[in-house]
Design a protein around this ligand. Structure first.
Ligand SMILES: Nc1nc2c(ncn2[C@@H]2O[C@H](COP(=O)(O)O)[C@@H](O)[C@H]2O)c(=O)[nH]1
Ligand SMILES: [Zn+2]
Length: 567
């Protein structure tokens, strides 16, 4: 169907038709339609007939020309669409073959059964899986963008793109378009996967390997968590509504290297694992379990891949909207509640209003607690309550829930190394991407995000030592049974990265020996000791020295401040 309108003598001519290859016939039909409509409209409006013949011919000629142009465009688009679809299909087929043959025991794409034997992947396999995964997401994105183009059924979700820095004149409210978030695609045919006992058991463990599961499968695994914890029963959630909610959530995660739907799943699964490990079902009401799981599911919705410092320093729409106060976390939360505002996705539609208010307040509290700028504040509050922790005290429960979501959010290193390490690559990729944008835009660059200053080991050792171990140790004061599953792996991970650091330094020494370049501190390995000042950063020598002096690379406790870093 082609629709268009032309205006002449303040008369709007509407036209719509289904294009067909026989262009001439369509044009003739359109010409006749428009002629008679045009006459009728002019008569209605009392436009004098005299001399109108020329006008009418002009109008018809113009309109027919416009129709012909539209037709040409439509046919071209149709051809492109067909061609594009075929190419995407072929790419997907190649990808499936690649997955099938290369990723030994990792997973099969064509056999969409959730149950199969799952061999432990090697580190190299995990990396390849991530690469393939990214490729797949890209294809899906392109295809979706193409297929949904011009379809009004799909909601115009113009996301707040942080890369578009607002001009120095600051922010004009008129430039913000309100977003309506709803189910962006038809929910896939409802497939109820049957989980084996083995999968159900594995899912409860903090060692769960989230890299082995496809997006649809992850949806089913989350559904299982809702059912298993009695959350569906508690809130009277019907399975299709839960599925719609989760599909919509999935749609509203972007394909960032780190902050993507797999991260959302990973955090949710860790929460499920900790709930089981610490037997929280026996200590917390089911309502709270629902709050914990739903907050994890929504906690990074529509994350743009640029952190709060970027948002604030670049004065993005989000920073302005939320007055520099946890702009991202506020946004994640708002997107979550917009998803829930769609009746098809509202998993809380069955609860009374007063309960909904409590759920909403709790979910907001938990998602906002994931801002690492508030890390010390929340951990200190929790530690102060540990000596006489009271499950009957609402303030104690609140801080416990905040600590739990925070811990799950940053828990990758609790998992086996083969599962955890690829996440560091993903995080660094996202950091480096941000740092490059910041350099291009002349914004301050955090040393721990700068590819010339950070290494995998430097990123992890300090984080594990100063952030993760103290946090998980405090949790284990309340749940000593979790120590072996949560804290012991962190100590092992620290040792692993300390060994890696030695290797990195060895490589750096060797490389420097060969090239004769000296480089104290900073990044080791691979770059020949080269640490240049970004020509586009526009930063002064003094600022650069200040950045290098900062030990934030190695001591993340200096990193988590409540204010953005202004170098
Ligand atoms: N150096 C590391 N930083 C990490 C790691 N895991 C998480 N993080 C940082 O914490 C925040 C978590 O908040 P999120 O809600 O944005 O996910 C994240 O952005 C990282 O900055 C880690 O393993 N190493
Ligand atoms: Zn997160």
């Amino acid at each position: 169907m082609v629709e268009f309108q032309t205006r002449r003598d303040n008369i709007t001519q509407h036209c719509s038709f289904v294009p067909h290859r026989t262009e001439g016939i369509v044009c003739l039909y359109v010409k006749l339609c428009i002629s008679s409509e045009y006459d009728a409209t002019r008569r209605e409006r009392g436009v004098a007939e005299g001399g109108g013949g020329g006008d009418r011919d002009d109008a018809v000629t113009n309109t027919v020309a416009a129709v012909a142009a539209q037709l040409q465009r439509v046919f071209k688009i149709e051809e492109l669409r067909a061609d594009f679809g075929a190419r995407i299909c072929s790419l997907e087929k190649r990808l499936e073959i690649h997955l099938f043959t290369k990723c030994v025991g990792v997973f099969s794409v064509s056999v969409r059964l959730i149950e199969r034997s799952r061999a432990w992947p090697r580190a190299g396999d995990s990396k390849r899986v991530i690469e393939i995964e990214k490729f797949k997401y890209e294809i899906a994105d392109i295809r979706d963008a193409f297929l949904t183009h011009n379809k009004t059924r799909h909601i115009d979700f113009s996301r707040l793109r942080p890369a578009v820095t607002l001009p120095a004149t600051f922010f004009s409210p008129g430039t913000v378009r309100e977003h309506v978030i709803t189910l962006q695609r038809e929910p896939p045919p409802y497939t109820k996967y049957t989980l084996t006992g083995e999968t159900v058991e594995h899912l409860r463990a903090p060692t769960f390997d989230m890299w082995q599961w496809e997006p649809n499968e992850m949806l089913s695994l989350i559904e299982h968590m809702y059912a298993d914890l009695g959350i569906m029963e508690e809130f009277c959630i019907s399975p299709p509504v839960l599925r719609n909610f989760l599909v919509s959530v999935q749609e509203n995660y972007r394909n960032n290297p780190f902050h993507n739907f797999r991260h959302c799943f990973s955090v949710t699964q860790m929460m499920y694992g900790i709930i089981n490990l610490c037997r929280l079902q026996d200590k917390l009401p089911r309502k709270d379990l629902g709050v914990l799981i739903t907050s994890c599911v929504c906690h990074d919705l529509d994350h743009p891949g640029y952190n709060n410092w970027y948002q604030i320093n670049a004065r993005t729409e989000l920073a302005v909207r939320y007055n520099d106060t946890s702009p991202l976390e506020n946004h994640h939360c708002a997107v979550g509640f917009r998803v829930l505002a769609n009746p098809e996705c509202n998993i809380f539609s069955g609860v009374p209003d007063d309960v909904f208010k409590e759920l909403r307040a709790d979910i907001i509290m938990l998602i906002l607690a994931t801002d690492m700028a508030r890390h010390s504040e929340i951990v200190d509050d929790f530690k102060n309550k540990l000596d006489n922790f009271d499950y009957g005290n609402v303030n104690h429960l609140n801080v416990l829930k905040m600590i739990l979501i925070k811990a799950c959010d940053i828990s990758n290193e609790v998992r086996p190394n083969t599962v955890a390490e690829p996440w560091v690559d993903c995080l660094l990729e996202e950091y480096f991407n941000q740092a490059e944008t910041e350099k291009q835009e002349g914004l301050p660059v955090a040393p721990f995000m700068d590819r010339e200053k950070v290494t995998k080991s430097s990123a992890q050792i300090g984080f594990i030592k100063f952030v993760l171990i103290p946090l998980f140790e405090s949790i284990c004061q309340l749940f000593p049974q979790a120590e072996e599953r949560l804290v012991a792996p962190l100590r092992q991970a620290k040792e692993h990265y300390e060994e890696l650091k030695e290797k990195e330094e060895e490589i750096r020494r060797t490389t420097q020996g060969r090239s004769g370049v000296t480089n104290e501190g900073g990044r080791g390995g691979g770059d020949g000791g080269h640490r240049s000042r970004s020509p586009s950063s526009g930063r002064s020598e003094e600022t650069e020295r200040h950045a290098n002096k900062s030990s934030a690379v190695n001591n993340p406790s200096q990193r988590w401040t409540s204010r953005p870093m202004i170098l």
